[in-house]
Design a protein around this ligand. Structure first.
Ligand code: ARG
Ligand code: ZN
Length: 878
């Protein structure tokens, strides 16, 4: 991968010549035209002389410019579409600018924009990564940290609530029906963490007393029709605050912590200092309008944004190449939070499913990039599964390799060394290494090298000597876009089981590489062998327990051994993995036309045995009954025939349902002592299992649809209602259309529920899916300007309906290509995201490959392609 001509390169990084120590911002807010006055106290770095001060600025109308209280002669400043440059400034100066911006016309949703209608909506900002330059002129880069004082002025009736980062520092009347409020943020911060919110918002609040004794006001804000759905989020914030203190010793550091929900957001949420802003989808939750998964997602995302206060805000990134420094680490913290307060095994299975479905294909295709990219032309396109999820896996491996205590000491040192600074991934590894006396330099390769490593395991048992030799080899093979990778440090959590299912001791001889107390083998070269002693019989080997490294494992395990692990492995993840592996083998056989009916019972019996175990976590049982989706099953196969994958998967699922019919019925008929409106983890787990059983039964025989109909009529929560509706749709039941209509009527005023209604139809694997999705774009509730609607309908179709998207006549491709053009004119980031669905085009059989390529080229050739979209298209074709 060579860098395009205009790309920003990591290798070109230069520390800023000018610092901004203090910023004062005064906003005269109005949806049509807002005036922003900025006063920057700037200082030239000693040793850099005569460097002009270049301030980023886009879509700003200049009203005034002053330096040190006076006008600047025309020859000492230059203004263009992207910047304002000031020449011959003294070494310290005060720069004052006044700009006009137009929030109501801002459909890109970056900078200051309007959520909802001009008459009733509210104003808010989104600055990461480069949105602040659409608000005022500023060195809009994360290594310029300044103290902010912000004054907001607005019409009191229209904008009663005014919020910005930091602590409240006064408010009052501004005359003429206007009012003002001031905020001072004592923590220096980069511009991407700036935020303001203004409008008619309701609030719910509580107090949290930190371990340091600070009384913090915790406040959730939403529009009137949504405020009743904010209680769960408020609860989650307090849980997150407590957890970060207990697990990582991190306390909150301002007088108040505010979060705000908006329906108009291009991504999940944003960690602005003291003023987090959330896509409503990840903040609002009640039993009538949110599913159990939504409740868990709110917990996770609220945690994620809150944890950024230390990993991202207090210690931030030197430049955007270091994005995973904050995102990988914060995703890891979020995963640990949910694992500690809800279900560890379920969260791990879900994370690994995401990795396989989204990150592995990304890493294998033209959009592959290292966790720390080397260059970019549109940074917004690097908020990817690789930077987030693979980045989190690297942090998890480090935590595994250093041990829980060592990792904690390392993070403590990282915070104390770098608090208030903008740093790099090297700084992170150096702190972890210094605190634990380890050289972590080899780990940098995980950040630098794209591609998924292959791990090959082989073993040999010596009955006479009672020894078992385990050899591990790794390789990251070359692809069209990159050479073969180097060996990486791989922690391989390992257990040996005897034929009776009991754990065998893991005692390596003195000549073997070290094994940690908790059974982790660290493979740090291309190959290594461990000799385990006292192993009387050939063991069953369970590797990568808890998925201890994000690699593809090749291990020759007999199906009977997998069945044994499914029964006896005490690591919940590997227990699930054994069943998943059996299922995938059967899938591969069906796809290849070599399936033998004799192989099925080993898999289905293993599942039945687990289902019959009363001690089993119902959430894990539900996951055992859930096959990988079509995208995951297609991953790693070339060329892909999506129709064949769909058919083979459906056959396998029907076989499972048929074989387990009595077990599923027994499971469903088991009396459950769970209130149908309870949302605690056990209640959720039980619903998850029941709904999974119901879905499989509906597959097994149409007679079971009666159960589905009963649930449809009697459901008192959204999880159960939606699960029943999905079954009717999947079965193409005659009453499915009427049920869909009922659902839409019942939830007509609930945008987030309607999003699910759109998604359900978008992902139905029907012959006419493309036509139906196209028709739904004209539904009155669908809006092209609203990212959630575009994601719910079009992205869901492109990513989660492979049969529809890849229809042989190309109708799915055309629909998505046309949608991309339409969205690109409004919200380029959303268009770019949609366009990633064409990224895997080379893996498909020739007809589809040609069609996809044609759509990418046609999109690229159109006039007015945004930078974000052009970047995805160009890299897809490279
Ligand atoms: N930092 C945000 C998070 O917590 C995401 C920001 C995404 N920004 C973007 N331009 N895509 O994950
Ligand atoms: Zn984040």
């Amino acid at each position: 991968m060579s860098a395009p001509a205009l790309a920003v390169r990591l290798a070109d990084y230069q520390a800023p010549a000018w610092r901004v120590t203090d910023v004062e911002l005064v906003f005269d807010l109005d949806p049509e035209a807002t005036v922003v006055e900025a006063c920057l106290r700037v200082e030239r770095d000693a040793g850099t002389d005569a460097v002009p001060l270049r301030l980023d600025g886009e879509s700003l109308e200049l009203l005034a410019l002053e330096v040190d209280g006076g006008p600047l002669p025309a020859e000492r400043w230059r203004l263009d579409e992207r910047s304002l440059t000031l020449l011959d400034l003294p070494a310290t100066a005060t720069v004052r600018t006044r700009a006009r911006i137009r929030p109501a016309a801002n459909t890109a949703l970056q900078g200051l924009y309007l959520s909802g209608s001009a008459a009733a909506g509210f104003l808010l900002t989104q600055c990461e990564a480069e949105g602040f330059r659409r608000i005022t002129w500023f060195p809009d880069r994360p290594d310029v940290l300044a103290r902010y004082t912000v004054t907001l002025r607005a019409d009191r009736a229209r904008f009663p609530v005014l919020l910005a980062n930091g602590n409240a520092a006064g408010a009052g009347d501004a005359g003429g029906g206007r009012h003002w409020a001031r905020f001072v943020d004592p923590h220096p911060k980069p511009s991407y963490l700036f935020a303001l919110v203004a409008g008619r918002l309701e609030r719910i609040e509580d107090t949290f007393v930190t371990a340091e004794g600070r009384r913090v006001g915790v406040v959730v804000h939403a529009e009137a029709d949504a405020i009743a759905q904010c209680g769960w989020a408020l609860d989650c914030i307090k849980q997150a605050m407590r957890w970060d203190e207990a697990r990582f010793g991190r306390c909150y550091d301002l007088d108040a912590f505010h979060v705000v929900a908006t329906h108009d957001f291009t991504m999940g949420a944003m960690e602005n200092k003291g003023l987090n802003i959330f896509n409503s989808k990840y903040l609002l939750a009640d039993i009538e309008q949110a599913t159990d998964d939504d409740f868990r997602h709110v917990l996770a995302v609220v945690g994620h944004e809150y944890f950024h206060n230390w990993t991202g805000n207090r210690v931030t990134c030197r430049d955007w190449f270091q994005l995973s420094l904050k995102e990988g680490l914060t995703v890891y913290r979020e995963q640990e939070f949910e694992s500690d307060v809800a279900s560890r095994t379920l969260r791990r299975i879900e994370d690994v499913r995401t990795l396989w479905r989204a990150q592995f294909p990304e890493d294998a295709g033209p959009l592959a990039h290292p966790v720390r990219p080397l260059h970019y032309s549109a940074i917004d396109n690097f908020y990817t599964a690789t930077v987030y999820e693979k980045g989190a896996e690297i942090v998890r491996m480090l935590a595994t390799a250093l041990g829980r205590e060592g990792f904690r000491r390392g993070l403590d040192l990282y915070f104390s060394r770098h608090d208030g600074r903008a740093v790099t991934i090297e700084d992170f590894l150096a702190a972890l290494g210094a605190a634990t006396g380890r050289d972590l330099a080899p780990w940098l390769a995980w950040y630098a090298q794209p591609g998924t490593p292959e791990l090959v395991a082989s073993g040999r048992h010596d009955a006479q000597a009672q020894r078992y030799a385990l050899t591990l080899r790794q390789r990251t093979p070359a692809t069209a876009n990159r050479p073969e990778g180097q060996a990486l440090p791989l922690p391989v959590a390992t257990a040996l089981f005897g034929r009776d299912g009991r754990r065998l001791p893991l005692r390596a001889d003195a000549a073997s590489p070290p094994v940690s107390d908790d059974g982790v083998l660290l493979l740090d070269g291309a190959e290594a062998t461990w000799q385990f002693e006292g192993v009387a019989e050939p063991p069953v080997v369970s590797l990568l327990r808890g998925y201890s490294a994000p690699v593809r494992l090749h291990q020759d395990v007999a199906a009977a051994d997998l069945a044994l692990l499914a029964r006896h492995e005490d690591d919940g993840f590997n227990r699930w993995l054994a069943v998943d592996t059996l299922g995938r083998r059967l899938f591969a056989d069906i796809l290849a036309g070599t399936a033998s009916p004799a192989a099925l019972p080993l898999w289905t019996d293993a599942i039945a045995a687990v289902l019959g175990d009363d001690g089993i976590d119902p959430a894990l049982a539900a996951e055992l009954l859930t096959l990988p989706d079509e995208a995951t099953l297609s991953e790693g196969r070339v060329p892909v025939d999506p129709e064949a994958v769909h058919v083979a998967r459906a056959r396998l699922e029907t076989a499972l349902a048929t074989a387990l019919e009595p077990d599923l019925l027994r499971c469903l008929d088991r009396p459950v002592a769970v209130a149908s409106q309870a949302i605690d983890a056990p209640a959720q787990a039980r619903r998850r299992l029941r709904n999974r059983c119901m879905a499989l039964l509906a597959r097994a025989a149409p007679t079971h649809l009666e159960r589905v109909r009963l649930q449809w009529r009697e459901a008192v929560n959204l999880t159960d209602r939606l699960a029943a509706l999905a079954c009717l749709l999947q079965a193409e039941a005659p009453d499915a259309p009427a049920a869909l209509d009922d659902f839409a009527t019942r939830h007509a005023s609930q945008p987030l529920v309607l999003d699910k209604w759109f998604s359900l139809q978008a992902t139905a694997a029907r012959d006419d899916a493309a036509e139906r999705v196209a028709a739904l774009t004209t539904h009155p509730a669908f809006r092209w300007e609203n990212p959630n609607k575009v994601y719910a309908l079009l992205l869901a179709f492109a990513l989660r309906n492979p049969r529809g998207f890849h229809r042989a006549d190309g109708a799915g491709y055309r629909l998505i290509a046309e949608s991309i053009t339409r969205v690109d004119a409004l919200t380029p980031q959303v268009a770019a995201r949609l366009a990633t669905s064409f990224g895997g085009w080379r893996r498909y059989e020739p007809v589809r490959r040609a069609q996809m390529r044609h759509e990418i080229e046609r999109l690229r050739a159109r006039p007015h392609v945004s930078t974000d979209l052009a970047d995805i298209l160009d890299r897809s074709l490279a």
